[in-house]
Write a protein of this length. Structure first.
Length: 380
């Protein structure tokens, strides 16, 4: 993303991806690398940690080919692709039921480290994200700080070359699996709001960190409470200046909102719903019309994503990423609702449905994004 809406001629649709060599490379790689076993695993992927073994195999194959981080620059181990190439690749993966890979490192903190980290941080974190050695979680929300994130109170007290962290984070997805957390903490105890914060990169095995899983209605425990009892962490392990953490967090949120629910993910969900309909019905099933309409909405979203996203790193202005996040997550939910309607008894359809419920809450609720968009067009 280049951080702006582009006003020039729109790029061609990904179906007409201009470069035939690129298209051939993608097709031939996928035809060879995606074994029937991997495709079968891709067809049963629901939440982010399902089909874990197949996902690990698929990630390794992508890493070997240099395609695990499609939008990262080549010098940092990414593919260096344009948005058009990324979308072409995502669609080709979806059409073949490739396992879904959701690395928070690749999609969120990696691009921020590339953009704002030091050369030492590039060397320390980026290769480990690509190899899977580092898994990241996001420590922003707290019991009294959700939509109003700048009300956060996790304390970061300076002690020589370290900060000492005290307090807690809430709803931290994957904290149980993560090796690292990027977090926002208050380093100036007199400050309020977005002032006086620091954006820290913290190892999860530091003494004093306790992770307590939160069980959801579907039995899953992907989110957690995380407690910090005088946790010592280096001052140097931060992004941006001390006191300027809010700026880094805003950039991170823009990256996350643009990258978390993509066209490829929507197409996979639609294919799952289509399988449910095919299994049960005849030509005149009204669900077919519904799914055709959803397919058209995905095409429209893809055109929008193409229009908004133009650069390599994935940073765009807030209104654009709010619109992407809002449209994508609500469409994702509608698709998984249709999937459940088509196959109400299917455990898989139920799991897909549950997996998308919270998407309109995390990374900013739909209401909050509607507020941002309303302000952007001048509503009072
Ligand atoms: C499954 C899941 C995973 C999550 N993962 C993470 C994570 O990994 N890391 C992390 O930091 N956080 C995570 N979160 C937290 C998430 O970001 C917050 O839940 C979200 O920001 C909303 O905050 P809240 O829960 O405190 O609700 P509140 O902010 O209290 O909001 C409650 C309701 O009021 C509405 N509301 C609030 N303010 C306004 C307003 N100004 N105008 C209109 N309506 C408003 C909201 O839309 C919502 O409907 C996760 C949440 C969930 C459910």
């Amino acid at each position: 993303m280049d951080g702006s809406f582009r006003t020039g001629r729109p790029e061609p649709a990904t179906g007409q991806c201009a470069d035939p060599t690129f298209r051939r490379d993608v097709e031939s790689f996928l035809d060879t690398a995606l074994t029937e076993e991997l495709r079968a695993a891709g067809r049963v992927t629901t939440g982010l940690k399902s089909a874990a073994e197949a996902c690990a195999v698929w990630r390794e194959k992508l890493c070997e080919r240099g395609w695990f981080a499609p939008t990262w620059p080549i010098e940092h181990g990414g593919a260096g692709w344009s948005t058009q190439q990324r979308l072409y690749f995502e669609n080709a993966c979806a059409a073949r039921d490739a396992p879904i890979l959701q690395s928070s490192g690749v999609r969120t903190i990696g691009p921020l480290i590339i953009a704002e980290g030091s050369p030492e941080q590039h060397a320390r974190y980026l290769p480990a994200i690509l190899s899977g050695a580092h898994e990241w979680c996001q420590g922003f929300s707290e019991p009294q700080a959700g939509s109003d994130l700048s009300a956060l109170t996790l304390r970061a007290e300076r002690d020589g070359d370290d900060f000492i962290l005290s307090g807690s984070k809430l709803w931290t997805s994957f904290a149980r699996y993560a090796t690292h957390m990027f977090l926002l903490a208050r380093c100036d105890q007199q400050s309020t709001g977005g002032a006086g914060l620091v954006f820290l990169l913290v190892e999860m095995d530091r003494p004093g960190i306790t992770v307590k899983p939160i069980r959801f209605i579907d039995g899953d425990c992907e989110t957690n409470e995380v407690f910090f009892d005088r946790v010592r962490t280096p001052v140097a392990d931060r992004i941006g200046d001390i006191g300027a953490g809010w700026k880094a967090a805003r950039r991170l949120m823009a990256i996350a909102r643009a990258n978390n629910t993509t066209t490829g993910l929507l197409r996979r969900a639609l294919r799952a719903a289509q399988r449910g309909v095919m299994a049960r019905s005849g030509e005149d099933d009204p669900m077919r019309t519904k799914l055709a309409s959803l397919a058209r909405q995905i095409d429209e979203f893809e055109a929008f994503e193409m229009h908004v996203s133009a650069g390599r790193i994935g940073v765009a202005e807030a209104p654009a990423t709010s619109a992407l996040k809002l449209i994508a997550t609500e469409l994702h939910q509608t698709i998984t609702e249709a999937g459940l309607e088509a196959a109400a008894d299917s455990d898989f359809a139920q799991a897909k449905y549950f997996a998308t419920r919270a998407a309109t809450i995390y990374s900013g609720t739909s209401q909050v994004h509607r507020n941002i968009l309303a302000q952007a067009i001048g509503c009072p």
